[in-house]
Design a protein around this ligand. Structure first.
Ligand code: ZN
Length: 273
C-alpha cells in the first residue's frame, strides 16, 4: 500500500534519530515529513535536506516556531530572533513552511496575548517570505491558552489571518485542537476561502487522556469525528498531505517501527474504507 498522501512528524517517533525517521518512513512508502527542530538539533541541516530528497520524501513543515508573547520587550525581541533562526533552518532544510505555536504568558489577558502574537507574526511575515518560508498559525486547544497559545480556536486563527492580511501567513489545522468546535465546517471553509488553509495534522483526542501533552491517541483511539473533518477538508478543496502528529509517552516506550505500523493500519481503516 502506498502512503504518498500521508506525512509523519518526526516528533511522533521521538526516540528515533533523523536518519531512522527518514529511513523508517521511506521504507513504508510514507510520502511526506515534517521535521521538528528537536530531531535535527546538532545535525548538518544541508545533509538532512539531501537525505530527505534522496529518499523521495516531500518536506512539509519545520516545527516549530512561535512563542511570541512575553511581559517585557526584551522577551518579545528574543522570541523574534529565535523565530528568525527557525526560518533560516526551514530554508536550509528546504521546508516550505514553519508551524507556529503562538505563545501565551501567564498573567496576561487573552487579548494581550493575541496582540503580541499578531505583532510578532506581522514583524516576520515579509522576512519569512524572502526566505521562501510560509508562517503557519496552529490554533491550539483552549486547555493550552494559559501558557502555550493565545490562539485557541480556528475562528480566532482565521480572525488573526484576516487581520494580518499577509499572503505569507496561513494556518495549520490539527484535529486534536479543533475537533470540538461547533462551527468547524464553516471555519474550515472560511480558512480555505481566505487562501490560508495550508496544513492538516491528524491524531485522536482521548477523553480519558492521562497527560494533557503526551497522551495523544492514534486515529480511532479517541472521540474525534475524523471522517467528518476529513470530508470538510476535502469539500474546502484541501489537497495537501495528512500529517500524523502524535505525542505519546506510552508509544515512545515501544518499538517505533511497530508504532508506525499501527498508525498506518488505523490510517487505512479510517481514511481508505
Ligand atoms: Zn499539530
Amino acid at each position: 500500500m502506498s502512503y504518498q498522501d500521508l506525512a509523519v512528524h518526526t516528533f511522533t517517533t521521538k526516540p528515533w534519530s533523523i536518519d531512522e525517521c527518514i529511513e523508517g518512513y521511506a521504507r513504508r512508502g510514507i510520502g511526506g515529513i515534517s521535521i521538528w527542530r528537536e530531531t535535527v538539533e546538532g545535525e548538518d541541516l544541508c545533509s538532512v535536506a539531501r537525505q530527505v530528497k534522496d529518499a523521495g520524501i516531500k518536506g512539509i513543515s519545520l516545527v516549530r516556531g512561535g512563542f511570541f508573547t512575553g511581559k517585557t520587550e526584551k522577551e518579545r525581541f528574543d522570541a523574534l530572533e529565535e523565530n528568525r533562526q527557525a526560518i533560516r533552518e526551514a530554508e536550509i532544510l528546504d521546508l516550505p513552511s514553519l508551524v507556529l505555536v503562538c505563545g501565551a504568558t501567564v498573567g496576561q489577558t487573552p487579548r494581550e496575548n493575541y496582540e503580541q502574537i499578531r505583532d510578532g507574526i506581522g514583524a516576520l511575515a515579509d522576512e519569512a517570505r524572502n526566505h521562501g518560508v510560509r508562517l503557519l498559525v496552529e490554533p491550539l486547544h483552549p486547555i493550552y491558552a494559559g501558557d502555550r497559545s493565545g490562539i485557541s480556536s480556528l475562528k480566532v486563527a482565521n480572525d488573526l489571518c484576516e487581520e494580518l492580511n499577509h499572503e505569507n501567513v496561513g494556518i495549520a489545522l490539527d484535529v486534536y485542537h479543533v475537533w470540538w468546535e461547533m462551527d468547524l465546517g464553516e471555519q474550515i471553509e472560511r480558512c480555505a476561502d481566505g487562501g490560508w488553509l495550508d496544513a492538516y495534522h491528524i491524531c485522536d483526542f482521548k477523553p480519558d487522556q492521562s497527560d494533557i501533552l503526551l497522551d495523544r491517541g492514534i486515529m480511532g483511539e479517541g472521540c474525534v469525528d475524523l471522517v467528518g473533518i476529513d470530508r470538510m477538508m476535502g469539500e474546502a478543496g484541501f489537497d495537501g498531505l495528512r500529517e500524523v502528529e502524535i505525542f505519546s509517552s506510552k508509544w515512545w516506550e515501544r518499538d517505533q517501527g511497530e508504532f508506525l505500523d499501527e498508525i498506518l493500519s488505523s490510517f487505512d481503516q479510517i481514511y481508505r474504507d
